[in-house]
Ligand binder design. Structure first.
Ligand code: G
Ligand code: G
Ligand code: MN
Ligand code: NA
Length: 254
């Protein structure tokens, strides 16, 4: 209850922030996009990570207005980077299950893009397999509406959900983000080597891009590079950071 009241205040008083984690193009080493990750700047407690409030936001339905705020902020940031000349840096937003199943999601996305005159190509949406599988037919309809707007869809935490291959081929998505639990044990657990290898091969054959999440070591990069994974995200390259720090990283790398 305390967190709920606090979150309402956070939303009203502008205490929410987005941090951005660079996603690195495997071929060029350039920053090709960003994942937006929410933080709560509480005046008393300081910066609060999403694990401490996202589940409460989901249970109370506050995730819908918070999610709308995230969409608007992400679009405004991508548009600001574009117009400042930093480059075309798409920003990926995480959608919670409740947000994804809301009938008004496509309208929220259109409004967020319009409010900052952000091209749809600069917004990406991360959806988990479990959100999709909760109501498959409705999810496919929602995904079609979203792709018609021109935003790119990605499957987050891929490999941990329950979609079958016959369902995966129906998803109008551009990218699979390989869950970091598999990436973590590359070269440590032969099962994870096989899983990562198979996901990358599958993605290529289905015409999908791959992002490896949670890349922390050069050994992982060597493994992923040998299998032609398209993009890397992880602490080896950069942690999630403020928009200003993100800009510095882009200026250094691109
Ligand atoms: O940034 P961090 O590693 O603390 O994020 C932890 C979790 O919170 C991740 O699973 C991430 O997907 C989730 N998360 C971060 N930002 C958002 C957001 O804006 N919306 C939703 N629904 N989840 C988010
Ligand atoms: O669930 P989702 O994939 O949206 O979660 C993104 C989260 O992963 C972010 O909160 C981010 O802090 C975390 N993350 C990003 N890179 C790494 C990494 O290299 N190692 C670990 N342990 N976590 C990471
Ligand atoms: Mn994510
Ligand atoms: Na993920």
């Amino acid at each position: 209850l305390q967190i709920e009241a606090g979150l309402r205040r956070a939303l009203e008083h502008g205490e929410l922030r987005l941090h951005y984690q660079p996603i690195i193009d495997a071929k060029t080493g350039h920053v090709s996009s960003a994942e937006a990750l929410i933080r709560w700047q509480d005046p008393q407690r300081g910066l609060i990570a999403p694990i401490h409030f996202i589940s409460v936001a989901e249970e109370t339905g506050l995730i819908v207005p918070i999610g709308d705020w995230v969409l608007r902020e992400a679009c405004a940031q991508a548009r600001a980077w574009q117009s400042s000349g930093l480059g075309e840096i798409p920003v990926a937003v995480n959608l919670s299950a409740l947000q994804f199943s809301a009938p008004s999601l496509d309208e929220s996305v259109v409004q967020a893009l319009r409010a900052s005159q952000c091209p749809a190509s600069l917004l990406q949406l991360e959806i988990t397999e479990s959100s999709i599988m909760a109501q498959l037919d409705q999810a496919l309809e929602t995904m079609r509406k979203l792709t018609a707007i021109g935003v790119q869809l990605m499957i987050d935490d891929f490999g941990t959900g329950y979609s079958s291959l016959s369902q995966l081929k129906l998803f109008p998505v551009s990218t699979l983000k390989i869950d970091r639990t598999f990436v973590r044990d590359i070269n440590i657990d032969a099962n994870d080597d096989a899983i990562v290898d198979t996901i990358i091969t599958l993605a290529r054959k289905l015409g999908l891009r791959t992002v490896a999440e949670g890349v922390e070591t050069l050994e992982q990069v060597a493994f992923l590079e040998a299998r032609c994974c398209d993009k890397y995200q992880g602490f080896l390259f950069a942690r999630p950071c403020s928009a200003e720090d993100f800009e510095k990283i882009v200026r250094e790398r691109n």
